[in-house]
Write a protein that binds this ligand. Structure first.
Ligand code: C2O
Length: 548
């Protein structure tokens, strides 16, 4: 591979959406941010210079970061933030991956405007396991707030209530024609009849899973989270925050002058406090030379999206995602398990501090947890503390293997809904083969949680509704061709089982990719020890690693 250099200047930029101009944090003044392109096997060297008043870090979401944990990015986990006026060089290579990923800020809620696609092409001369597309088009879903998002989340954490929702969903930063003042802020995709396009879908939205569809066109799913999958056709795609999906779009030629809506809107299992509006783009056909007159009489064709709580659709879509599992692209599912973990994931409550009124239920503060532990962000980076053996006062290694108490997760929540707080991690010896079952708890609200694991891909070996049954359910696990990914939706009122091999020494964050749940504490970290071999150790940190 070759080395590719990028420079990310973090700078403020005025951007107008929904009739209002706002000063937002950007990379190089661009919104959404610049595309990173590389081939499998290449090295990326990205210098990030912070010219804004916020502390910043950048995460390369889904990049395996094999023995390069110093470049992973989550603030106070992998690194201290890059402070105003400082810079940091992220240096990592892309090993064994090709497809679509994305980069985003990984501190507070700055990722609302700091995100962009990562396109990883196969090695030179290596073809896709599907017909070569005529063109490739990144399509990033996001959210737009009129207000200052940093203020919204810091206020919500103060009062303990739920933060305001966004004012619009966006496609490549544009809300689309169904929103006010957005006729010109609409993404347009021009296609040629007969050609095939590869759409690289990225859900960079903060807090919503999305359904995506294009009127009168079916899509062929070929890859998720930078792993090829067995191809299947779908009219609608489900994509959670943190997930990426590559689909082929065959441009047929229905009506020479028709325009087709591209649309996305939420799939939501939680409380009704969500935005059911739709972001749209337009698919247009280039006029064939024989057809000179462009008529406006033809209708704008709209896709049919499932209703917002269509869990049956969501479940059947997710079940279709299977690894290729062939000789060229084997599915290396760990067959034996060294360590079993059972984690509950869900919401909970924190008590209201004295002399304060709180906006959570019954004067509490909303919280979220894994195994009832609401993760408290440390003041120094876990990876540094771990590497230099300075855990004292930073973290403890007693993260529970099982929930502290069991109850019927799909029945009534327990009387005591308070979480405990702490900075606890799980220690894993090098090359531990892990099986992790994550069970949604339905406390406060039954909600799906897109869980994202840093540093690894995992195999989704099982999923179901109701309470996980450790004596019955494993018999149905798929160890042959399960989906391999970095973000999986733990279904509302259900569970998923994943397996991964802890072959990457370092500290690896795992959290719900709904930003509000991460803020409330639905996060934890795995600490993977060095192995004995020289290629099994985490190298020392780079000289410019920021201090806290
Ligand atoms: Cu895309 Cu820890 O995040």
């Amino acid at each position: 591979g070759i080395t590719r250099h990028y420079k990310f200047n973090i700078q403020m930029q005025n951007v107008t959406r929904l009739c209002q101009t706002k000063n937002i944090v950007t990379v190089n003044g661009q919104f959404p941010g610049p595309r990173i392109i590389a081939r499998e096997g290449d090295r990326l060297v990205i210098k990030v210079v912070n010219n804004v008043q916020y502390n910043v870090t950048i995460h390369w979401h889904g990049v395996r970061q094999l023995r390069s944990g110093w470049a992973d990015g989550p603030a106070y986990i992998a690194q201290c933030p890059i402070q105003t006026g400082q810079s940091y060089v992220y240096n990592f290579s892309i090993t064994g991956q090709r497809g679509t990923l994305f980069w985003h800020a990984h501190i507070s809620w700055l990722r609302v405007t700091l995100y962009g696609p990562i396109v990883i092409l196969p090695k030179k001369g290596v073809a896709y396991p599907f017909p070569q597309p005529f063109k490739e088009v990144p399509i990033l879903f996001g959210e737009w707030w009129k207000a200052d998002v940093e203020k919204i989340i810091s206020q919500a954490l103060q009062t303990g209530g739920a933060p305001n929702i966004s004012d619009a969903y966006t496609i490549n930063g544009l809300p689309g024609i169904l929103y006010n003042c957005s006729a010109n802020d609409t993404f347009k995709l021009k296609v040629k009849p007969g050609k095939t396009y590869l759409l690289r879908l990225v859900n960079a939205a903060l807090n919503d899973e999305l359904f995506f569809s294009i009127a009168n066109h079916s899509l062929t799913v070929v890859e998720v989270d930078a792993v090829y999958v067995k191809q299947f056709k779908a009219n609608t795609i489900l994509i959670t925050p943190g997930q990426t999906t590559n689909v082929l779009l065959k441009a047929k030629h229905f009506h020479p002058n028709a325009t087709f809506l591209i649309a996305a809107r939420p799939y939501a299992t939680g409380p009704a406090s969500f935005d059911n509006s739709t972001t749209t783009g337009i698919l247009e056909y280039h006029q064939p030379s024989t057809n000179t007159k462009k008529s406006n009489k033809f209708p704008l064709l709209k896709p049919k999206l499932p209703i917002f709580n269509d869990t049956a659709f969501a479940t059947s879509f997710v079940k279709k995602i299977r690894s290729l599992a062939n000789a060229k692209f084997p599915a290396n599912v760990p067959k034996k398990v060294d360590k079993h973990f059972f984690f509950t994931v869900g919401l909970g409550l924190n008590p209201c501090p004295q002399n304060q009124t709180c906006q959570g239920p019954n004067n509490t503060k909303l919280a979220a947890s894994v195994n009832n532990i609401s993760f408290v962000q440390p003041n120094v980076a876990l990876l540094q503390s771990h590497y230099f053996n300075q855990s004292k006062g930073v973290y403890t290694t007693d993260f529970p293997v099982n929930p502290p108490f069991k109850f019927n997760y799909t029945g009534n929540p327990p009387n005591n809904m308070f979480v405990t707080t702490g900075t606890k991690v799980v220690m894993l010896p090098y090359n531990t083969s892990v099986e992790l079952v994550m069970q949604d708890t339905s406390i406060i609200s039954a909600e799906s949680h897109p869980l994202h694991l840093h540093g690894f891909n995992f195999f989704v070996v099982g999923q179901g509704f109701g309470n996980y049954n450790s004596s019955k359910d494993p018999a149905n696990f798929n160890l042959v061709d399960p989906a391999e990914r970095n973000t999986v939706g733990v279904p509302s009122g259900g569970w998923v089982a994943i397996r991964f091999l802890a072959d990457n020494p370092g500290v690896w964050f795992m959290h719900c990719h709904l930003e509000v749940h991460t803020s409330w504490g639905l996060k934890m970290a795995w600490m993977v020890m060095d192995g004995k071999g020289s290629k099994q150790k985490l190298p020392p940190p780079p000289a410019d690693l920021p201090n806290c």
